[in-house]
Design a protein around this ligand. Structure first.
Ligand code: PFF
Length: 470
C-alpha cells in the first residue's frame, strides 16, 4: 500500500470535515487569516517605532527566509494529512507521538490569542461608531477617548461580545458556507477600501512622498538588534504561523493545486497589504506634520485626531477595514481550536464552536477588564497573554513545526505535496533544515534573555556590516 494510502487509513476520521469549494476561496480565506490587526494596526506602529525603511527591509527578508518556507511547511502538513494540528502530527509520525504536543500547543495558542485579539477587534468595532458620529473637540479630548474605552469594562466587554458572536456565527456555518463564503465577501471589500485609502493618502495629501521615503529608504541607524528581532517575530504573527492555522486551512484543500504558488500568493498579498496600509497611514500622519513613532496608539489615538479634519469619508471605511481584517483572522483562530474537537473528539461543529467560543469569550473578559492583572506578574491579562503567545507560543510552535517537517517527516510525503524534487524543493529543504530554525531560535533566545549579550553582539556586527556595505 502506498504511503499516501497509509496516511488515509490511520486512526481518525477525515470524512465529512468539509473542503474548500474553490481554490480562490482557499486563497482568500488563508489570506484573510494572515491579513489582520497585525497588518493594519501593528505593522505601521512598529515600523514607526523602528525608524521606517530599514525595518521594512529586514521584515521583507524575514518573510522570505522564515515566513514563506514555514507557510509552505504548514500547508504541506495540512494537505497531506487532512487533519487538525494534533491529528496531523500523529498521522505523519505515529499515534501517541510526542510530536502531537506541537499540535496541542497550536490549539492552546489559538484559544489564548483569540481571547485578547477579540478585545482589540472590539475596539476597532467601537471606532466604527465613533467615526460615524464624527471625532470632535481638541486633540487631547479625541485621544483620551481611547483611554476611556480601554478602561471601561462595560464598553470593552460589550464590543468583545459582539466580535466573538460574529466569529462564532461564521465558524458554525462550516468551511464552504461559513469561512469561505464570508472570506469571499470580506476580502475583496477589504482590498477595495485599502486601495481607496492609499490613493487618498498618495494623491490627496501632501504626505505621500514623505511616506514612501519613510517606508522604502533604509536608515539602519535607527534599527538596532531589537528591531531585527521584532521584524522576525512579526513575520510569524502576521502570516499566522506557528500555531497550526495554515495546517488547519491546508487540511481542507483538495489535492491538485500548486502549494508553492499558493504559499507565495498568500505571503505576497499579506506583505502588500501591510505596505499599502503603511503608505495610507503615514501619508496622513506626515500631511499633518505628526511624528511617525506613536507606538500602540498610532491607529486609535493619532489617526482620529487627523480624521477630525479629513472627515467620516475616510475614517469610517478605515475602521470598517480594520474590523473586516480582524474578523477573517479571528475565524481562523477559532477554526484551529474547533477542528481539533470535531476531528478527534467527534463533537458536532455547532457544539464545538459554541462551547469553545464561549470558553474563549470568558477568557477574553480578563483581557477586556484592564484593571485586572495576573497575580505576581505585575502585568495586566491583556499584555500577559499578548507577550506570552506572540513571543513564546508562536515561535516555539514554529520552531518544532520546522524541525518536524525538515528532519522527521518522510521525504516522500513532503516531496509528493511539494510537487517535485527539483532544485526548488532542495532549496526549501535546506532552508527548513538549517536557516529557518536558527532564525526562529534566535527570537526565542532573545525573548528568554539567554546568552543575550553574545547574541546581540552578533546582530550588532551584522547591522554594522549592513551599514558599512550600504
Ligand atoms: N495574522 C493575524 C494578523 O496579522 O492579525 C493574526 C493571527 C491570526 C495570528 C491567526 C495567528 C493565527 F493563527
Amino acid at each position: 500500500m502506498s504511503d499516501a494510502r497509509d496516511l488515509q487509513t490511520t486512526t481518525t476520521n477525515t470524512m465529512g470535515r468539509g473542503n474548500w469549494a474553490t481554490s480562490i476561496g482557499f486563497i482568500l480565506a488563508a489570506t484573510g487569516s494572515a491579513i489582520g490587526l497585525g497588518n493594519i494596526w501593528k505593522f505601521p506602529y512598529i515600523t514607526g517605532d523602528y525608524g521606517g525603511g530599514a525595518f521594512v527591509l529586514v521584515y521583507l527578508v524575514c518573510v522570505l527566509v522564515v515566513g514563506l518556507p514555514l507557510m509552505l511547511a504548514e500547508l504541506i502538513i495540512g494537505r497531506r494529512t487532512q487533519q487538525n494540528p494534533v491529528g496531523a502530527f500523529q498521522k505523519l509520525h505515529r499515534e501517541g507521538s510526542p510530536w502531537q504536543l506541537v499540535g496541542w500547543l497550536g490549539v492552546a495558542s489559538g484559544f489564548v490569542i483569540l481571547s485578547y485579539y477579540s478585545v482589540v477587534a472590539g475596539w476597532a468595532l467601537a471606532y466604527i461608531f465613533k467615526a460615524i458620529a464624527g471625532f470632535q473637540g481638541t486633540a487631547e479630548a479625541i485621544q483620551s477617548e481611547f483611554g476611556e474605552l480601554v478602561t471601561s469594562p462595560g464598553q470593552s466587554i460589550f464590543y468583545h461580545t459582539i466580535f466573538m458572536a460574529i466569529c462564532i456565527g461564521i465558524v458554525i456555518g462550516g468551511i464552504k458556507r461559513g469561512i469561505e463564503r464570508w472570506s469571499k465577501i470580506l476580502m475583496p471589500a477589504l482590498f477595495a477600501i485599502l486601495l481607496g485609502l492609499a490613493c487618498y493618502g498618495l494623491f490627496s495629501t501632501e504626505g505621500g512622498s514623505k511616506a514612501l521615503a519613510f517606508l522604502f529608504k533604509p536608515d539602519f541607524s535607527k534599527l538596532g538588534a531589537e528591531g531585527v528581532l521584532s521584524a522576525l517575530g512579526h513575520a510569524f504573527f502576521t502570516l499566522s504561523l506557528g500555531m497550526g492555522a495554515m495546517i488547519t486551512y491546508g487540511s481542507y484543500m483538495k489535492r491538485g493545486s500548486n502549494l508553492v504558488r499558493d504559499a507565495i500568493t498568500i505571503s505576497f498579498l499579506d506583505t502588500v497589504v501591510a505596505l499599502v496600509a503603511g503608505i495610507a497611514i503615514f501619508s496622513m500622519v506626515f500631511h499633518f506634520g505628526m511624528e511617525p513613532g506613536q507606538s500602540v496608539g498610532l491607529i486609535f489615538k493619532t489617526l482620529p485626531v487627523l480624521f477630525k479634519d479629513i472627515g467620516p469619508w475616510i475614517s469610517v471605511p478605515f475602521f470598517v477595514l480594520l474590523t473586516f481584517a480582524a474578523v477573517t483572522s479571528g475565524i481562523s483562530l477559532l477554526e484551529v481550536v474547533v477542528s481539533y474537537f470535531v476531528d478527534r473528539r467527534g463533537w458536532s461543529r455547532i457544539a464545538a464552536t459554541l462551547v469553545l467560543g464561549a470558553g474563549i469569550y470568558v477568557l477574553g473578559i480578563f483581557s477586556a477588564v484592564s484593571a485586572w492583572s495576573v497575580p505576581f506578574s505585575g502585568k495586566g491579562f491583556f499584555d500577559f497573554f499578548d507577550d506570552f503567545s506572540t513571543n513564546y507560543m508562536l515561535p516555539i510552535g514554529g520552531l518544532f513545526t520546522c524541525l518536524f517537517i525538515a528532519w522527521v517527516m518522510k521525504d516522500k510525503d513532503r516531496a509528493d505535496e511539494f510537487g517535485s524534487r527539483g532544485p526548488l524543493y532542495k532549496g526549501l529543504r535546506f532552508l527548513l533544515r538549517y536557516i529557518t530554525p536558527v532564525a526562529v531560535l534566535a527570537v526565542i533566545v532573545h525573548q528568554l534573555g539567554i546568552v543575550e549579550k553574545c547574541f546581540w553582539l552578533f546582530i550588532r556586527l551584522f547591522v554594522f556590516f549592513l551599514n558599512y556595505a550600504g
